[in-house]
Design a protein around this ligand. Structure first.
Ligand code: COA
Length: 379
């Protein structure tokens, strides 16, 4: 008989498999992608280079990067069938539903839909990487009553993403903060959505099905949905552009004290693996600071600091990546509901790398359960 000790609720602490893609080390607060510290990649590499690193295991040569860049730029346009499917969805459905549907439509129409060879999967991963920004950009625009903006091949991934969303060239500082967020969100070992993708792949299902399922897992507020929830917290406290940093901090602190007294879980804080702080937060916070300076919004820093300090004092729980990412996307002009789809755009790299790794060394993922229903009976 199974004992309670043997049951690992939420698979907490269970090591399921090897991965060579990333290493999360909670003791040293570090995160490596294929051996490289994520903060070094965020400081020096484009998101396109990081994508190739995750997929292939190595940073690309100049020739490899040139070839991929050309391929990515040629595959950016919003597929007419995807646009038609999005247009069928209610304008007020959650944008994660739009992202999930778009990936499913792309999978059903892919010329190599039935081919899960390593070559086919790498091609599908690259094409999905290239195609997804247009989905997010179009979805935000249609909700604002605006038309599609065509991609531009003279822009890099981040510049073009912002161009397609807002229809204007973004300032270099904004492009850089966006790139940093993509690099930081790209990969994080066996989190819930990645594990979902691996479970689906383990049945020998296809890459688009695995990514579609992963998007479903990411949608939840205990996972990717937290970046959006952080912004709802800021909104609930109230954002007043004319308020001083100090006053905003006082109000945020009071809000947090009330929330904790009411035993609320505050999104954007805490982590299943990191217990002393999320390794990605300092880099993302620095990007947020640059955005606050760029847009002249000191009150946002007050809200940020107030919440963080009050949580630390009361429970010692540290922010996770979603905490600085949410306000950063807000300042850039993204609607709050689009934050988690931005996470999809980034995490497509990590998910597809794990899908390929799982397939290369597959074993059906099928755990056991302990039955605690009624004993056998007859009716
Ligand atoms: N706000 C308030 N309290 C929190 C908290 C938060 N964000 N995160 C954890 N805690 C508290 C829990 O209430 C619990 O306290 P208790 O022991 O007094 O009951 C304790 O810390 C342990 O939390 P638990 O939820 O059991 O840890 P976990 O490892 O299962 O959870 C998360 C990890 C991420 C699910 C959890 O921290 C959380 O829900 N955070 C908010 C959602 C979020 O930001 N998700 C994005 C993750 S990157």
């Amino acid at each position: 008989m199974t004992t309670t000790d043997e049951i690992k609720k939420g698979l907490a602490g269970v090591v399921v498999d090897y991965t060579a893609i990333s290493k999360v080390n909670p003791d040293t607060n570090s995160l490596l992608y294929r051996g490289y510290p994520v903060q070094d990649l965020a400081a020096h590499k484009s998101f396109e280079e990081v994508a190739l690193l995750l997929w292939t295991g190595e940073l690309p040569s100049e020739a490899e990067l040139t070839e991929f860049t050309a391929y990515e730029r040629a595959n950016r346009a919003l597929d007419g069938r995807v646009k038609a499917a999005i247009d069928l969805l209610p304008i007020d459905c959650h944008p994660m539903d739009v992202g999930r549907t778009a990936v499913s439509v792309l999978g059903a129409n892919h010329p190599l839909a039935g081919d899960s060879s390593a070559e086919a999967e790498l091609r599908k991963a690259k094409e999905l990487f290239a195609a997804f920004p247009a989905v997010v950009a179009y979805d935000q625009r249609r909700r604002r009553g605006l038309d599609v903006v065509e991609p531009r091949e003279d822009l890099d991934y981040s510049q073009n993403f912002l161009w397609m969303t807002f229809g204007e060239d973004a300032a270099p500082e904004v492009v850089d903060a966006f790139r940093v967020s993509m690099v930081l969100y790209a990969e994080h070992s066996f989190n819930a959505s990645t594990f979902t993708a691996r479970v689906i792949t383990s049945t020998l299902s296809d890459l688009h099905s695995a990514v579609t399922g992963a998007i479903g897992a990411l949608k939840g507020p205990l996972h990717g949905g937290a970046n959006e929830a952080v912004m709802h917290t800021f909104d609930e406290i109230g954002i007043d552009k004319n308020e001083s940093r100090e006053d905003a901090a006082v109000r945020a602190k009071a809000w947090m004290e009330d929330a904790l007294a009411a035993k609320k879980k505050v999104m954007g804080f805490g982590h299943r693996v990191y217990k002393n702080g999320d390794s990605r937060v300092p880099t993302m916070k620095a990007a947020l600071d640059r955005m606050i300076a760029h847009y002249g919004r000191a009150e946002m820093l007050g809200l940020y600091d107030g919440l963080e300090m009050a949580m630390d004092e009361a429970k010692g729980i540290k922010p996770n990546l979603d905490y600085p990412a949410g306000p950063t996307y807000h300042l850039m002009g993204f609607d709050t509901e689009m934050f988690t789809p931005l996470f999809i755009a980034a995490r497509i790299t990590g998910w597809t790398s794990h899908i390929m790794e799982q397939r290369a060394s597959n074993s059906l993922i099928r755990p056991l359960s302990a039955y605690n229903g009624p004993d056998q009976r007859s009716f």
